[in-house]
Write a protein that binds this ligand. Structure first.
Ligand code: SAM
Length: 289
C-alpha cells in the first residue's frame, strides 16, 4: 500500500469530523500530510511522500494518529512540534499551541525593531511556547527579547525551545503580566507584543471542540466580558516600561480590532493603526507612545 491511499482516506475522515474547525480549504489534507510525515520522519511537503510504500506497522501508527486528530486533538500536540516562522518549536499539552496567524505579529515587530539604531529590546507578553519571542530573537540581529507568561509550564517550554534553537538572546520569566519583568529593563523596552487570551468569558463554550477541549482555559480567556482585560492592563502598565516612541502590538481577532484601538488611544498611545492578514483571521493593532 502507498501513502497516497492512506492520505486520501484520512483526508476524507478529517474533513468530516465535527470536532475540527474547517475554516480553510485544504486543512484536512495538510493535517493528514503532517501526521504521515511524522510517521515517516520526513517533511509534510516532501513531494515523494505519497508514492512511498507503507509497512503494516506504519499504517497502524498513522491510523492511531488520525483517530486522535478526529477527537479534535490539535496536530501539533499529537506530533509534539509546530513550525513557526521557519523555527521548529516543541509543543506540549498544557501550553497554548502556536498558530501560523501569529506570524503577522512577528513580521510587524521585526520590521519595526530592525529600524532601531539603539538597544533592540522587545517583550512578548503572554508568550506561551515562546513562539513570537523566539521568532523575533531569531530574525533581529542584536535583539534582546523577553517572553513572559503567568504559566510556569509555558516559561519552561519557552526556555527549552530557546536552548534547542540556540537563541541565547531570548529569555523567559514567570509572572502576572509585567510583574515578571526585571527592573533593569524599565524605560528601555522598544516594543511589547501580546497575543492575549481574548475570548469573552461567556463565549468560551461556543469555541470549536479542538480549541475548547484541548487548550488550557486560561490561554483562551482572561475572564473579562469582552476579552480585553489583559489588553487594558498592558495599555495602562506598558508606558512606564517603554522608551519614548516605544510600541505596543496587540494580536487580536478582527471583531475586537476597533475596541482594542480605542483601549490604546485612551491609554495615551498615538499613531494607532490596525493591520490585516491576507486571510481575515487576525489583526495586529499597533500604538506608539
Ligand atoms: C492565546 S495564548 C498565546 C500564547 C502565545 N503568545 C502564542 O501566540 O502562541 C495566551 C497566553 O496568555 C497567558 N496568560 C494568561 N493570563 C496571563 C497573565 N495574567 N499574565 C501573563 N500571561 C498570561 C497564558 O498562559 C497563555 O500562554
Amino acid at each position: 500500500m502507498t501513502a497516497h491511499t492512506l492520505l486520501s482516506a484520512a483526508e476524507t475522515r478529517i474533513a468530516t469530523s465535527r470536532n475540527i474547525e474547517h475554516w480553510q480549504p485544504g486543512l484536512a489534507r495538510w493535517d493528514a500530510d503532517v501526521l504521515m510525515a511524522h510517521v515517516l520522519q520526513t517533511r509534510p511537503d516532501d513531494a515523494d511522500m505519497p508514492t512511498r510504500a507503507i509497512s503494516t506497522a506504519q499504517r497502524k501508527r498513522f491510523e492511531v494518529l488520525v483517530d486522535r486528530r478526529l477527537t479534535g486533538e490539535p496536530v501539533s500536540y499529537i506530533t509534539g512540534s509546530f513550525t513557526f516562522c521557519g523555527l521548529q518549536l516543541m509543543v506540549r499539552p498544557g501550553v497554548f499551541s502556536p498558530r501560523a496567524s501569529s506570524e503577522l505579529t512577528v513580521e510587524h515587530a521585526v520590521s519595526r525593531l530592525r529600524r532601531r539604531r539603539g538597544r533592540r529590546l522587545a517583550v512578548d507578553v503572554a508568550t506561551g511556547s515562546g513562539a513570537i519571542a523566539l521568532a523575533i530573537g531569531a530574525r533581529v540581529v542584536g535583539s534582546e527579547v523577553w517572553g513572559i507568561d503567568i504559566s510556569p509550564e509555558a516559561a519552561r517550554l519557552g526556555r527549552a525551545n530557546a536552548r534547542k534553537l540556540a537563541l541565547g538572546n531570548v529569555r523567559f520569566a514567570v509572572g502576572d503580566m509585567l510583574a515578571a519583568l526585571p527592573g533593569q529593563v524599565r524605560g528601555a523596552v522598544g516594543l511589547f507584543t501580546i497575543h492575549p487570551p481574548y475570548v469573552g468569558r461567556r463565549e468560551v463554550r461556543t469555541l470549536p471542540v479542538e480549541i475548547r477541549r484541548f487548550e488550557p482555559h486560561s490561554t483562551l480567556t482572561d475572564g473579562s466580558e469582552d476579552g480585553l482585560g489583559l489588553v487594558r492592563r498592558l495599555a495602562s502598565d506598558a508606558p512606564s516600561w517603554l522608551r519614548p516612541g516605544g510600541l505596543v502590538m496587540v494580536e487580536i481577532a478582527p471583531y475586537l480590532a476597533r475596541a482594542t484601538a480605542t483601549v490604546l488611544r485612551r491609554a495615551g498611545f498615538g499613531n494607532v493603526r490596525s493591520h490585516r492578514d491576507g486571510l481575515g483571521v487576525t489583526r495586529v493593532v499597533i500604538g506608539q507612545l
